[in-house]
Ligand binder design. Structure first.
Ligand SMILES: Nc1ncnc2c1ncn2[C@@H]1O[C@H](COP(=O)(O)OP(=O)(O)OP(=O)(O)O)[C@@H](O)[C@H]1O
Ligand SMILES: [Mg+2]
Length: 280
């Protein structure tokens, strides 16, 4: 007789997905733009990438990517939809989980809603190689709930002193709650030298006062290609692949450990194997 294995006794499928939370101390520094474009860039190189719009205040990734969600994370939390039902496909095959605007607090969710969210988040991990969480700004609980669950944090700032001060506050909270969390810094709307100076300053205070080290991902310039592609509702990595912003974002991807895609026409393992087998 076959015995049913209790759920808790079953071996869980290994999760190979890498999750990155993109966050900032101050609002409006470019998180959503960078997340959406990084997602498109990496989805275009054959990875299964899901971008989750985790800004519960003002979800707007759908607007940037010109997709029109019928259902959002709100329906998932309310148990009305499974995550598969709300996933949309954007440019380059990037999959997007539309965000739920106006949820006041994850902490106030009812038990059943919390369980639905947890279950559905797990299924996201199983169906992707990379999960990008675009969060809101600041150290409120709703933002931190998503930041603290990721494998790594990409902290976005600009050279603006107020943005840097708020970035430090964010690093402080993260280092208190998860001291081992890898922290990586991207400096948006900045020239390369200025970005490096911002990193050196924040990296130094993080080391000195928080005892954590920060990796540098690079600077992304203030680029008119970004604003014009927003108006055209197209990702700038597709609309302007040779723009300074696109080039810098490819460098950010490389520093995150994502090798650039093989150029078209480059020999592949299969094509080389075919050559060798055919020669016999
Ligand atoms: N590299 C850039 N060059 C030019 N403009 C940029 C750049 N990055 C962002 N912007 C501008 O900054 C604005 C804010 O960007 P975005 O919405 O991505 O920020 P955010 O950090 O997600 O904001 P929020 O905190 O409200 O979620 C955009 O409308 C865009 O016009
Ligand atoms: Mg945003």
């Amino acid at each position: 007789m076959v015995q049913a294995v209790p759920v808790e006794g079953r071996r869980q499928a290994p999760v190979l997905c890498r999750s990155l939370a993109v966050t900032s101390g101050k609002g409006g520094v470019g998180k959503t733009n960078l997340t959406a474009n990084l997602g498109v860039l990496l989805a275009g190189s054959g990875r299964r990438v899901i971008a989750l719009d985790a800004d519960l205040g003002l979800a707007n990734m759908d607007v940037l990517l010109n997709i029109r969600p019928l259902y959002t994370l709100q329906h998932v939390i309310q148990g009305e939809k499974a995550i598969q039902d709300i996933l949309l496909t954007g440019p380059a095959g990037l999959r997007v989980v539309p965000g739920a605007s106006g949820i006041l607090s994850l902490a106030n969710l009812e038990e059943a809603q919390r369980e639905a969210l947890l279950r559905e988040m797990h299924s996201l991990e199983l169906m992707s190689d990379l999960l990008l969480l675009d969060t809101g700004a600041g150290i409120a609980d709703n933002v931190l709930s998503f930041v603290l669950i990721a494998d790594e944090v990409v902290l976005v700032t600009t050279p603006d002193p107020t943005a840097m001060t708020d970035a430090y506050a964010m690093m402080k909270v993260i280092s208190q709650r998860r001291p081992e969390m890898p922290l990586r810094l991207a400096v948006n709307m900045s020239a390369p030298q200025e970005g490096m100076a911002v990193f050196q300053r924040l990296g130094q205070v993080a080391k000195q006062y928080l005892g954590v080290s920060v990796d540098y991902l690079g600077a992304i310039p203030n680029d008119p290609a970004v604003s014009s592609s927003i108006r055209a509702r197209r990702p700038f990595v597709e609309a302007a692949p040779d723009s300074p912003a696109s080039r810098s974002l490819r460098e950010v991807a490389r520093r995150l450990g994502f090798a650039p895609p093989a150029p078209a026409g480059r020999p592949t393992l299969i094509s080389r194997m075919r050559d060798i087998l055919m020669k016999k």
